[in-house]
Write a protein that binds this ligand. Structure first.
Ligand code: HEC
Ligand code: HEC
Length: 148
């Protein structure tokens, strides 16, 4: 796993130096660093201000320490800013939790609190438990599968 991740970084760095974009490299870093404990949440699901607070407080991240080195924090942070949500996704939810956004609560009104707490799910933040395509930003309602 470590080896695989490292080669992705190398590939992204090469792509960058051979004319790729800094965005692509930051996207890879985001998938790696922000996708190890939970799905790497698509940037469009939170507004820029929420991402800024999250990236500014990684040492106290929802009860855990998710600190990164300075340059990785800066690269991922900039990428999140550029790709942050806008329009109906510009609401800053309580605790900067996607799962506390009004739109999220509305879309999940049919899912009970006890369902979210099932051992197979854990919490509403565990998008990929029910949305298999979550890491790719695919939340299509027709592909939802709630585990028992
Ligand atoms: C060491 C593990 C770990 C790492 C690494 C990590 N997180 Fe988290 N993150 C958590 C935990 C734990 C929660 C709370 C999950 C829950 O409530 O079930 C969380 C929650 C979140 C939430 C709120 C989810 C919601 O809607 O309730 C966001 C947004 C988030 N993380 C973003 C990030 C970003 C961005 C990064 C990378 C810079 C990152 N996380 C890296 C552990 C981690
Ligand atoms: C317990 C299972 C479960 C979890 C966990 C979950 N969802 Fe959902 N999600 C659903 C269900 C059920 C629907 C409603 C499908 C429908 O309307 O038929 C839904 C709908 C959605 C929709 C609307 C899709 C559409 O096509 O209209 C979005 C967007 C979405 N979820 C995002 C998320 C995100 C982001 C997370 C994690 C922060 C998450 N979900 C966590 C079950 C879940």
């Amino acid at each position: 796993m470590k080896k695989f991740s490292l080669s992705l970084v190398v590939a992204a760095t090469l792509a960058f130096s051979f004319g790729g974009t800094a965005q692509a490299a930051a996207n890879v870093k985001h998938q790696q660093e922000c996708g190890s404990c939970h799905v790497a949440y698509p940037p469009g699901l939170l507004p820029a201000a929420s991402w800024a607070r999250i990236m500014g407080g990684l040492n106290k991240h929802f009860g855990t320490d998710a600190s990164l080195d300075e340059s990785t924090t800066r690269d991922i942070g900039n990428w999140l800013q550029v790709n942050a949500g806008s329009g109906r996704r510009s609401e800053e939810p309580p605790q900067d939790r996607i799962s506390k956004s009004n739109w999220f609560v509305r879309q999940h009104d049919e899912v009970s609190a006890s369902t979210f707490k099932r051992a197979s799910i854990g919490s509403a933040a565990n998008c990929s438990a029910c949305h298999a395509g979550a890491a790719k930003g695919d939340f299509n309602e027709h592909a939802v599968r709630i585990p028992k």
